[in-house]
Ligand binder design. Sequence first.
Ligand SMILES: [Zn+2]
Length: 321
Amino acid sequence: MVVPTVVLAALPQSRVQILDGGMGVLLPKLGMPKDPILWSARALVEEKYHPIVVQAHRAFIDAGATAIIANNYGVIPGYLRKANLEAEAPRLAALAGQLAREAAGPKGGGVLVIGSLPPLIDSYRVDLVMPEAEAVSWYAMLARAMAPFVDLFVCETMSCPAEAASALKGLKEGDPDGKAWVCFAVDSEGKCRDGTPFNVAVRQLSASSHVSGVGVNCCIPEAVELAVATLDTDPQASAFASSVERVVYANSYPKEHNEGMKFSTETLDDEDVRKDLTAEHYAESAKKWANRSTLPFTFVGGCCGILPHHIKLVTACLKPK
Ligand SMILES: [Zn+2]
């Protein structure tokens, strides 16, 4: 059913739900050694860091998040192959789901657990998107491993529509009844990394019965409005976006990390976050996203570099007691 835009626009502000922030920058702050090969998957590989994963999830829940994303973003062939751990992927993905569930409590208990279907080789790199057949089998494996623990999935940090299409095909294969949000890591102009305008990418998702949300993530906050404004002039994309959740979780990386393919995890210090993006600035953006006059966002959180203190202030602004 397509819900008219005008109805959603009139819903009270409390309609918005709070998502968590980024685990990748938080985990090293809590004691996981920085690992430029495995990144956040290091906390899954070594059992002694499992409590830190739960602690990080709980820090976001305590800050007000009612939806958390499992820590399986690093469970991808692009990272695991370098450590000869590819065969461990199903176990590590399930473990990430299990640790998130442990932090969130049982299904139906008020906190959603979302499984990540991330880029398989590297983030932002539309030139490295895995060929479809291989990608689909990886995504199917991730979905199958995590389905018992999660409420839904997010195809996140998608660089282009083709990458999202592979993730959705994999989901359909691995968890036939599963639903997913699809979030694109738009560049600083609000476009997908292959130049596809956001509205065109959203329009292409409308054919899938598995998509329960659309949005943007791991982009600079300034790019969010540029992306979502394209929906306002596209009746088909706008009608679809109004019938599903609208999701935003931006990052705190400097603008140059968010442009073209200059970004590479090989040169990234994941704590190299913007000093100008205070919790107050981020919460201001969050307020604008949740209060758009058309297609207001329904899930607002943060990605890389957005920490519990940011989410706490976002919660205070969007869910005043
Ligand atoms: Zn991110």
